[in-house]
Design a protein around this ligand. Structure first.
Ligand SMILES: NC(=O)c1ccc[n+]([C@@H]2O[C@H](COP(=O)([O-])OP(=O)(O)OC[C@H]3O[C@@H](n4cnc5c(N)ncnc54)[C@H](O)[C@@H]3O)[C@@H](O)[C@H]2O)c1
Ligand SMILES: O=P(O)(O)OC[C@H](O)CO
Length: 347
């Protein structure tokens, strides 16, 4: 029987552990707090992160990384991006050198601007980096844990790694696709959270469907713009980790990013919003990271910039919308028009 380690017992880590245990696999789930370990092992619940969900009895929680990782050839890391590097450092001495390691984290490393697989390359030098992968796509933990049909994509540089995780995770209610574009898959999953914050703000301001569709569509344009600049394929942004996750996050009340944006749109201060959420809102760090990267690399990201001004510089969401609506006039398909032969008939 395959043995799998899942690192991080928040909403998504717990729901993936449940999927794997549903398939009859032995799953060791790492949680930092002994109290949560006891709750999972004895009561088979994780009430804070996944209320009303029963944890499969085949999921065994532990706060001991060495025990969790011992002999595991398949490892899934699902911590917030803020804890990713320190978690890898703690894992490093205990990892099997033959392990394939995937992450489900949606964020950049704030200090370096690196994607999570780049952080893995830095922090796990003994491991073969072609055994690294990312799992992304429209996958609210609340729905996965209720076995509601969901699709995700696994990206890796090596086909057999992506297909290995595809086989591992695929069930009747979780359909898994593969993609060789690691950069695009990571960038799409990270940047959609910024747009979900913005859509939440618009909803909190009482705006309608037109504004939501505009932000999602123009948001996808700037996600692709940065992604392609960083080396992604344009096509990936039309897939599950791009438009797919953008739709799921911007239109769902499950989304912590949308909910945080909604509260900001209603005039609540950021500190209070984050404290009340009690779970990670990755879009806040992603906005900071993307704003920095875009500034350094000269990439135009007006929506990200406006949201940055709201989150960190005290601009009101309403003023941010005005800022976006009155910016310079542009061609809708500016950067791709030439490549796809989208030409004017007349000047
Ligand atoms: N929740 C979802 O629906 C969902 C779906 C797909 C991807 N993700 C991504 O998965 C990642 C984790 O999200 P989540 O929703 O499970 O988060 P969460 O807020 O539900 O839980 C976070 C978990 O990380 C742990 N943690 C916090 N700081 C830590 C540290 N320093 N070291 C080790 N562990 C630490 C917390 O104790 C908690 O168990 C995020 O990047 C998120 O974007 C979440
Ligand atoms: O709750 P959010 O906003 O972190 O979104 C969760 C997942 O990323 C949706 O795919």
């Amino acid at each position: 029987m395959e043995q799998v380690a899942v690192i991080g017992a928040g909403s998504f880590g717990t729901s993936l552990a449940n999927v794997l245990a549903d398939k009859g696999l032995q799953v060791d789930l790492y949680a930092r707090r002994e109290e949560l370990v006891r709750e999972i092992n004895e009561q088979h619940t994780n009430r804070h992160y996944l209320p009303e969900v029963s944890i499969h009895p085949g999921v065994r929680a532990s706060a001991n990384l060495s025990d969790v990782l011992k002999g595991k050839k398949w490892v899934l890391i699902v911590t917030p991006s803020s804890a990713f590097r320190e978690t890898l450092r703690a894992m490093r001495p205990h990892l099997d050198p033959e392990a394939s390691v995937a992450h489900g984290t949606k964020g950049f490393d704030l200090e370096t601007g690196q994607r999570m697989t780049q952080v893995m390359e830095d922090e796990l030098p003994e491991l073969d980096k072609s055994r690294f992968a990312v799992v992304s796509g429209p996958s609210h933990a609340e729905e996965v844990s209720q076995r509601i049909p969901t699709t995700v994509v696994v990206a890796s540089r090596r086909q057999s790694t992506a297909e290995g995780f595809q086989d591992l995770l695929m069930t009747s209610y979780l359909r898994v696709y593969t993609n060789p574009d690691v950069i695009g898959t990571e960038v799409g999953g990270t940047l959609k959270n910024i747009i979900a914050l913005g859509v939440g703000m618009c909803d909190g301001l009482g705006f309608g469907d037109n504004a939501k569709a505009a932000l999602m569509t123009r948001g996808l344009t700037e996600i692709s713009r940065l992604g392609v600049h960083l080396g992604a394929s344009h096509l990936t942004f039309g897939g599950l980790s791009g438009v797919g996750d953008l739709i799921a996050t911007c239109t769902s009340k499950h989304s912590r990013n949308w909910r945080a944006g909604y509260a900001l749109g209603q005039g609540k201060p950021l500190d209070e919003v984050l404290e009340q959420m009690g779970m990670v809102v990755e879009g806040v760090r992603a906005t900071k990271a993307a704003y920095q990267i875009a500034g350094e690399q000269g990439i135009d990201m007006p929506i990200t910039k406006a949201i940055y001004h709201v989150l960190f510089e005290g601009l009101s969401p309403k003023a941010a919308v005005e800022e976006l609506m009155t910016r310079r006039k542009v061609h809708e398909m500016e950067e791709v028009a030439e490549a796809v032969s989208l030409k004017w008939d007349l000047p």
